[in-house]
Design a protein around this ligand. Sequence first.
Ligand SMILES: [Fe+2]
Length: 200
Amino acid sequence: MKRYELPKLKYSFDALEPFISRKNLELHYTKNHAAYVNGANNTLEKLEKFRRGELEIDVKATLRDLSFNLSGHILHVIFWESMAPPNTGKNIPFGKIGDKIKEDFGSFEVFKKEFSSAAKTCEGNGWAILVFDQFLNQLLVVQIEKHNIASISGLKVLLALDVWEHSWVLDYNDRSKYIENWWNIVSFDYAEKEFSKLSF
Ligand SMILES: [Fe+2]
């Protein structure tokens, strides 16, 4: 049986301090992210039992659960990859992704403004993500509510910022401050690696 797994973090729980505390990161990873992995796996199990005729399920509700939990899992995997300890030299765009951000947004500052604005204005819990649209060969900033609402299918996610309350409430009084501080620990390593595979 195929099952999703919580990936190992590439840094320790205290590596993103003082911008994200050890306690916050540990809880976020071990409780919140783990819950989405378990949720996705539980849904897979239900679907397998349904196919074997062992369980009656509400298909619509089950697939909605799968969309929420699996999107939550995938976005968290990319969120962890989108961060690194401060002053690693990866905190500003470089390489091919650096050039593409400049080409599509005008400058890193303009991109930052649009991405931060998407994060700050997200209604309730959600995400700001940077995606690559291979159809028009362009980068886009996308705002997602929850894990899956207003998401655009089929586009490659290169960078993700979690603005769910669970990602900041232990460390900050308001979400805007968390978003402003997040740029100190952003990493463009994953974005560069993934974008390089897609661009020629
Ligand atoms: Fe989260």
